[in-house]
Design a protein around this ligand. Structure first.
Ligand code: URA
Length: 215
């Protein structure tokens, strides 16, 4: 069982990314590692793609225009950044905001998994296809956005022991893509609007499983 606090475990994980020299070429061009931000005791984790210019400067995910839009959509459903945790797959800014490369996503994936294993959210909301494909590699975002999917998850505990569990993934479009595209923007706002009902459904299901002794 875990003894260290979640914050300590996340600090250790951040230090490990630096010590392991993950993606040294990206690191050399970036201002800093953008690890993650928000409430570590949350049930809801958002995962984006990679830091942009503002995130690289400030060291926090989603602090630019896409972040502002995200904050507005959170506010619409009665949530704030203090209620959620947010991170990216790739934790250094790719030069000129290019798409993260497959090898960069693969290099950071074990650390993202470890980050989720510390926080243990009930739902992971992926922003954009890169993030979705880490969890749902065979799906198209245009076909499954807004639809929660339950995946098998091998949870690695702080002590190293593993437990088989499941995790709900909700794929959404990326707010940066939706920001200046009217149709996509409304679709993302509508998908966001369904989050409270999806959370309620997960809670009810977990409660029922607990009553049945299957949780
Ligand atoms: N886009 C992302 O995917 N992540 C950020 O942190 C900012 C913009």
């Amino acid at each position: 069982m875990s003894t260290a606090s979640k914050t300590t475990q996340l600090d250790d994980l951040k230090a490990k990314i630096l010590a392991d020299k993950v993606c040294p070429e990206l690191a050399a061009q970036a201002t800093q590692l953008v690890f993650g931000d928000g409430n570590v005791d949350t049930d809801i984790v958002f995962i984006g793609e990679a830091p942009g210019k503002n995130e690289d400067i400030q060291g926090k995910p989603f602090v630019g225009a896409a972040g502002k839009f995200l904050n507005e959509m959170l506010d619409n459903i009665g949530l704030s950044r203090d209620d959620i945790y947010i991170t990216n797959i790739v934790k250094y800014r790719p030069p000129n905001n290019r798409d993260p490369l497959p090898e960069e996503k693969a290099a950071f994936l074990p650390y993202l998994q470890a980050q989720l294993d510390v926080i243990q959210p009930k739902i992971v909301i992926t922003l954009g296809r890169h993030s979705m494909n880490c969890f749902l590699p065979d799906l198209q975002i245009s076909q499954v956005h807004g639809q929660p999917k339950r995946i098998r998850w091998i949870l690695t505990h702080d002590g190293g022991e593993k437990t088989e569990t499941s995790l709900v993934i909700l794929p959404l479009f990326h707010p940066a893509a939706a920001l200046y595209n009217g149709g996509l923007r409304q679709t993302l706002i509508d998908d966001f609007g369904a989050i409270p009902a999806i959370l309620k459904l997960i809670e009810t299901k977990n409660l029922l499983n607990k009553q049945k002794g299957t949780a």
